[in-house]
Structure formats: C-alpha cells, structure tokens
Design a protein around this ligand. Structure first.
Ligand code: TYM
Length: 337
C-alpha cells in the first residue's frame, strides 16, 4: 500500500464585516473557531468591506476597522503563513461573480431573508439594492473558492442555505461548476445574546454600548457591562427556559472556560447573580487580554498588515480568476483574447 497518498485538504471560507467594533459574538461564533481549523484545512478568511457599505459607513472609520479586523484575526491566533487573509475589495472577482449569480437568484428568495427585513427596519431611510442583494455577494464569496465548509454563527444559516441553492441551481443548468458548501456552526457560541435584551442577538451595530462586549474593550468596561447585564428576578444560577439573561451569561462563561452548564451550576451553588456576573466579566477580560496586547503591537505596524493583505489578495485572486473564467465560459461569454 502506498502510504504517501495525501488527501487534498478541504477548503474553508469565512469573513467578518468591518462595520463596527467586533464583539465577543463575532469571536465566539466565528473567529475563535477559525483558529482551531487552520492546521487541518485550507483556510481563506476575508475582511468583507464590500458587504459593510450596504449600511452607511464613515470612510475613515471603515478604513481603520478594515486594518483592525485583519489585526484581530491575527491576534486571535490565525497564522498568516497558514491561512489566506485578505480584504474583499482587493479581489474584484467577488463583484463580478455576484453579478453572474444575481441572474440566478430569485426576487422572492431575497425577499424572504430575515437579515434584509431586520436591516430594512433599522435603516428605513436607506433600503438600497445592495442591502437586498447582499446574500448574492455572500454566495459569490463562498463559491469563488470551491469552499467545502463555512464556519459562521447561526444568524448566517439562512444566507448559507441560499448560497447552496444558487450553486445547486447553477450546476443543474450548466453541469458541475460549484462545490456545494456546508455550514460549520458551533454548538456553544453560535448565538451570543445582547446584554441589554437577551432575546436579541449581540450585534456590533447595536446603538446601545452596554448591549455588547467588544473584543477590544478594557477590563473595567467589560466588568461594568456584565454587572449591568439584564437577568431575572430569580436568584439561582441555573440554565432553564425563561432565564434568557442567565442562560446567555452561562453560555459565554462556558465558551471561555470550557466548563459544562452542570459544572457552572455547581461552582455557583448558593452564590448570587452579583458574584456570577463578576466572575464572567473577569474571565472574559482575562481571556481576551493576550489578544488585545498582540492587537496593539500589530496595529503599530501597518506595513506588515498591508503586506499580509497584498499576499492574501494575490493568492485569493488566482483561485477567484479561475472560477470566474470557468463560469463565464459556461454562460457563453466570449473569452477575452
Ligand atoms: P458579521 O460581520 O455580522 O459577523 C461575523 C461572524 O460573527 C458571527 N456572529 C455571531 N455569532 C454568535 N453570536 C452572535 N451574537 C454573533 N454575531 C455575529 C456571524 O454569524 C459571522 O459568522 N454576512 C456575514 C459576513 C460574510 C460571510 C461571507 C461569512 C460575508 N461573506 C462568506 C461567511 C462566508 C456577516 O454579516 O457577518
């Protein structure tokens, strides 16, 4: 038997929008899991700046956050030597394929997207067509790279299913072209809730600064926000229906410590919410502290970050160009001579 046969690594693609201060929701639902996949998979992680402009951005903030998001990827443990890290707008094939795929996506499908409905409500004065076709661009991101797995939080499940449907539709019309991607959604951490309203997802675009914990928040801020977290009038720390606030804190604590809910209940048996909130705050702040230190160092070296962006875009473009030219041939476009 030939032991030298190597099975090609599966490909992973994911991204975060540089549209606000990244939260522990982004960290626990996505980035933290990415770091555990880098040895086994061919990983491509993007800073999706083109998605961010579906909502008005201050240009200087968007630019700064694009650097910051890349620095967070690296500070969280993504090795730029092992992963392809790049900025979406540096690879124009994302926009090109999005146009092509848009012609295979139905108006009705896009109208059903819950994120579109939510964002239309919160940005009623700017319901632009980019907000509507956002999931098509996301499908292009994924399908450009023959992606097998997409590690995301549960809020992206609907978009991912649409990407699969578009790929299946295209393949059935034009023969096998795209790999059909699967979601990779963590059991714990897939949906971190707001501290101000634990029935709502924690979001980097929440106007209330006390609703979310930023990955880069100071220790004092983290502890203060956890102390103010909305809970309930019960006094025991246990995971149960109707205890959304406590369930969320237990989920966060479990993600950072690896402890099960049973172990957490035992640890805080006979102790009050105040003690528990303080413990969660200290644990989160201490766990994020090394990331923050590394982030500060990286942000002092813009040239290094730009080098990574450049190399990442170069590698990503090579794959993306091949996919687009294959798609264009199948569509019947004349190949440029
Ligand atoms: P974005 O920028 O809103 O969020 C980035 C990642 O963080 C996850 N996430 C959460 N997970 C758990 N709890 C939360 N409260 C929470 N909030 C956010 C998201 O699920 C996501 O994984 N459309 C995407 C970005 C994107 C993308 C892609 C992702 C564009 N193209 C292609 C994967 C593949 C988005 O808006 O993520």
């Amino acid at each position: 038997m030939d032991n030298n046969i190597t099975v090609p690594k599966k490909t992973i693609f994911s991204g975060v929008q540089p549209s606000g201060n990244l939260t522990i929701g982004n960290y626990l639902g996505a980035i933290k899991n990415w770091t555990t996949l880098q040895n086994e998979y061919n990983c491509i992680y993007c800073v999706v700046d083109m998605h961010a402009i579906t909502v008005r951005q201050v240009p200087a903030d968007l630019r700064r956050r694009t650097y910051e998001t890349l620095a967070i990827y690296i500070a969280a443990g993504l090795d730029p030597e092992k992963n392809t890290l790049f900025v979406q707008s540096h690879v124009p094939q994302h926009a090109v394929l999005a146009w092509d795929l848009g012609c295979f996506t139905m108006f009705g499908e896009l109208s059903r997207m819950t994120q579109f409905k939510d964002k239309s409500r919160s940005n009623a004065d700017n319901i632009n067509s980019g907000l509507f076709t956002y999931p098509v661009l996301m499908a292009a991101d994924i399908l450009l790279y023959k992606t097998d797995l997409v590690p995301v939080g549960s809020d992206q499940k609907q978009h991912l299913e649409l990407a699969r449907d578009i790929a299946i539709r295209f393949n059935s019309i034009f023969s096998d072209t795209f790999t059909i991607p699967e979601g990779y959604i963590p059991k714990t951490g897939m949906r971190i809730m707001s501290l101000a309203d634990p029935t709502k997802k924690m979001s980097k675009s929440d106007a209330n600064p006390n609703a979310s914990i930023g990955i880069l928040d100071s220790k004092d801020d983290i502890i203060r926000k956890f102390k103010r977290a909305v809970t309930d009038s019960d006094t025991t720390i246990r995971y149960a229906d109707g205890k959304d606030g406590i369930n969320n804190l237990m989920n966060i604590y479990s993600c950072f410590t690896g402890k099960t809910y049973g172990e957490i209940e035992k640890e805080f048996d006979g102790r009050g919410y105040g003690d528990f909130k303080l413990a969660v705050g200290e644990t989160v702040a201490d766990s994020l502290s090394p990331l923050k230190t590394k982030f500060d160092t990286l942000m002092k070296d813009k040239a290094y970050l730009e080098d990574i962006m450049k190399n990442g875009a170069f590698s990503a473009s090579r794959i993306a160009e091949r996919t687009v030219s294959k798609v264009h041939k199948k569509l019947g476009f004349v190949v440029k001579s």
